[in-house]
Design a protein around this ligand. Structure first.
Ligand SMILES: *[C@@H]1O[C@H](CO)[C@@H](O)[C@H](O)[C@H]1NC(C)=O
Ligand SMILES: *[C@@H]1O[C@H](CO)[C@@H](O)[C@H](O)[C@H]1NC(C)=O
Ligand SMILES: *[C@@H]1O[C@H](CO)[C@@H](O)[C@H](O)[C@H]1NC(C)=O
Ligand SMILES: *[C@@H]1O[C@H](CO)[C@@H](O)[C@H](O)[C@H]1NC(C)=O
Ligand SMILES: *[C@@H]1O[C@H](CO)[C@@H](O)[C@H](O)[C@H]1NC(C)=O
Ligand SMILES: *[C@@H]1O[C@H](CO)[C@@H](O)[C@H](O)[C@H]1NC(C)=O
Ligand SMILES: *[C@@H]1O[C@H](CO)[C@@H](O)[C@H](O)[C@H]1NC(C)=O
Length: 643
């Protein structure tokens, strides 16, 4: 028993502020044991300073989906009337009542009014206190914990069992920090230092960016220029022919497309020019714009296919496809010590997300200023400009991140969708097997697992997930593609966390009824009530990419994501040129019959994993290639008909 255990409800004995109702103490948050490896060594000293921060609950979150559909469903009279950042912040900002409840409680406990601060976003009430004051406020006990041994001891102050708030305050509060939350990365970092004596590379698996969804197939000498070679090597011209994307973008001033890269992944200038020299001569010398998040930059200290491959692929194809008239922006996230996560990326786009529901999870997300010697500025909050479209080819799984973490993040995609932003995510390269592992009977990831392991963010209903297709060897660009079955398999399947959205119901129920998968609920979420992915697909096999000076053939849903982002940027361009707004959150639109017919349905192939053949591509939507691959011209025409 480390923290005050106490019964669940303890009556407050302190004075109450005038007007505040008498309210019993309730256990607000608890944890049964410290994370493994940590142990308490002593009570925290009474006069140690703690920067106590009370994270307030946001308002109107229960209406988030309705708000989003109101501006994103093609049948809605408000289609396309996206919100400003100010409207979003105002709508979800914690209520004055919440701020006042916390302030009144602190005053009643004897905290001087001048010490109480409210953050700019309205999300946090902060007060610098001593351990003794915090213990009294939260009816808990703080201990000093240690991790490690022999001169590598790290200390951390925390309460491990639980803390209490008056009931009427608890109602308005998401989280109080520092309390139960450990910087678990300290542990990983100790491991990283040990390993780094043998390697000059950052330890990619301990960075926090998720897995880049690409693999190199082979090195190639040939430099194809003819469409007849597209069944062997993909070039930008093959993709233009496959997806009828020969359009020249025109509204270049206002349009944006963002390619998100997680450090130390970085493109190389020389690779871009070598690629453009072969496939897009007018782009030689052009570079994407850079939005630096938490110290991100195009680093050149670390190199190799695993460091440069993803970014070279993304930037070469996005720039080649949107062409010289449209600016591409790389959002480079994180320093080269810790990298970044989708959370630190989203923090930079929207200041309110930095604090939302307790903010980042230090066991997953990096902390800035970087305690390990990297970027020493403060974490970027709301400093990065938005793009209309973001393409991300990195991914985690639902199980790796946990359901509370992913639900919080998923809500943020909806908020940014309200502002007209489209999020494109690669669906993964391991079929139904997450990032390679499957789930065991307890729902944990394991190499021996047999249950399908859905990828995240792809299962978030508010992003658009993209699977991979290929040309059948011997076929041409005008033949129907199949699901990719060489080197990689499309991530796809059914969420264990997110419910089936209305706009996807017909598609998913049609698939489950007409082509019932040969597995029961012990293998995947077969309820028919959960969000299914991917939404669409594009070619993902044998892309010709210049990496570290040589031509490589690359496979992955990583190939498909920037291609779809470029094509949708063309649609946005056409709409902007016609005086309309961006397409924003596209899922409710693309699942309508009119739009379904604007995709090339893929009906052959599957996505094996977990010792099974996975699911099969079939007529109509399927959990391998979604609705199929885009036909730009048809999509542009349909989107131009919408207001
Ligand atoms: C991909 O490249 C490999 C290796 O060169 C080749 O065997 C295969 O036929 C190619 N497939 C496609 C669809 O391009
Ligand atoms: C491709 O787009 C052109 C117009 O750019 C159109 O005339 C043609 O019919 C389209 N082809 C297909 C196969 O949709
Ligand atoms: C860009 O946006 C501004 C303001 O919304 C508008 O006045 C202008 O016409 C747009 N320019 C183009 C090229 O679409
Ligand atoms: C492209 O975008 C970057 C970053 O937003 C900006 O710095 C640059 O000036 C832009 N270039 C053009 C030609 O618009
Ligand atoms: C941050 O890092 C830079 C470059 O390494 C250094 O010059 C600067 O003094 C550091 N600032 C702080 C506050 O540590
Ligand atoms: C299946 O999905 C639904 C909706 O997302 C969820 O409530 C349920 O817990 C999931 N079932 C399993 C076994 O994961
Ligand atoms: C699911 O099917 C397997 C055989 O494939 C069987 O062993 C198991 O009992 C079934 N589970 C349920 C819940 O029906």
């Amino acid at each position: 028993m480390l923290c005050a255990a106490g019964p669940l409800v303890v009556l407050t004995l302190g004075l109450l502020a005038a007007g505040a109702a008498v309210s019993p103490r309730v256990l607000h948050e608890s944890r049964s044991a410290p994370p493994s490896g940590w142990h308490a060594v002593r009570r925290a000293e009474r006069d140690t300073a703690l920067p106590l921060r009370v994270g307030l609950a946001q308002q109107n979150l229960d209406k988030l989906e309705d708000y989003l559909l109101d501006v994103s469903h093609p049948d809605s009279p408000n289609y396309g009337r996206h919100w400003t950042a100010g409207q979003v912040a105002q709508t979800f900002r914690p209520s004055t009542e919440a701020t006042e409840a916390v302030r009144a409680w602190l005053l009643a406990e004897g905290v001087d009014a001048q010490r109480i601060k409210l953050s700019k976003s309205g999300g946090w009430v902060g007060v610098d206190v001593t351990v003794a004051e915090a213990e009294n406020l939260l009816k808990t006990r703080y201990h000093v914990y240690q991790y490690g041994s022999e001169g590598r001891v790290t200390e951390h102050i925390a309460c491990s069992e639980g803390y209490h708030l008056p009931e009427h305050v608890s109602y308005h509060v998401d989280v109080v920090m520092p309390t139960l939350h450990f910087d678990v990365k300290v542990r990983e970092r100790l491991g990283l230092e040990r390993r780094s004596s043998r390697s000059s590379k950052p330890n990619a698996e301990k960075m926090h960016s998720g897995i880049a969804h690409f693999k190199t197939v082979t090195k190639t000498e040939s430099n194809p220029t003819d469409l007849a070679d597209c069944d062997k090597q993909i070039t930008p011209n093959c993709l233009r022919a496959l997806y009828n994307f020969t359009y020249t973008l025109q509204a270049t001033q206002n349009n944006t497309v963002g390619i998100v890269e997680y450090s130390p992944n970085a493109y190389l200038d020389a690779d871009l020019d070598a690629f453009f020299g072969n496939f897009s001569p007018s782009l030689v010398g052009q570079r994407p714009g850079l939005v630096s998040i938490d110290g991100g930059y195009e680093q050149t200290s670390f190199a190799g296919i695993s460091i440069n491959g993803e970014a070279d692929l993304d930037v070469q194809y996005a720039m080649a496809l949107v062409g010289p008239t449209q600016n591409v922006t790389v959002y480079q996230v994180g320093d080269t010590v810790e990298g970044g996560t989708f959370n630190t990326f989203l923090d930079a786009l929207d200041a309110t997300y930095c604090t939302f529901e307790g903010g980042d999870d230090p066991s997953i997300d990096p902390v800035y200023p970087d305690p390990y010697g990297g970027y020493n500025g403060t974490e970027n909050c709301g400093t990065a400009p938005l793009s209309y479209i973001f393409s991300t080819s990195y991914g985690f799984t639902e199980a790796y991140l946990g359901s509370a973490y992913i639900q919080r993040q998923c809500a943020e995609y909806a908020k940014l969708g309200l502002m007209g932003v489209t999020f494109i995510y690669a669906s993964g390269d391991n079929g139904v097997a997450g990032n390679g592992e499957c789930l065991d009977a307890t729902g944990s990831e394991s190499w021996d697992g047999t249950r399908f392991d859905p990828g995240f963010p792809s299962t978030c209903p508010y992003v658009t997930s993209v699977g991979a297709t290929q040309i059948v060897p011997g076929n041409s660009v005008s033949d129907k593609e199949v699901a990719c079955d060489k080197n990689i398999y499309s991530g796809g399947g059914f969420s264990n966390v997110f419910a089936l959205p209305d706009w996807q119901k017909d598609a998913v129920q049609g698939y489950l009824t007409n082509y019932p998968p040969p597995y029961n609920g012990s293998v995947y979420n077969s309820t028919g009530n959960s969000r299914a992915y991917p939404d669409i697909a594009a070619n993902g096999l044998n892309y010709t990419v210049v990496i570290d000076g040589s031509l490589q053939l690359v496979a992955g849903t990583s190939c498909a994501a920037p291609v779809v982002a470029a094509i949708l940027t063309g649609v946005n361009d056409a709409r902007l040129a016609a005086g309309k707004g961006p397409i924003g959150f596209i899922n409710p639109t693309i699942y309508t019959p009119d739009f379904i017919a604007a995709f090339n349905d893929i009906t052959s192939g599957n996505n094996p994993g977990c010792g099974t053949d996975g699911f099969s591509a079939e007529p109509g939507w399927d959990p391998v290639t979604g609705l199929g691959t885009p036909n730009f011209d048809k999509l542009r025409a349909r989107w131009l008909e919408l207001p």
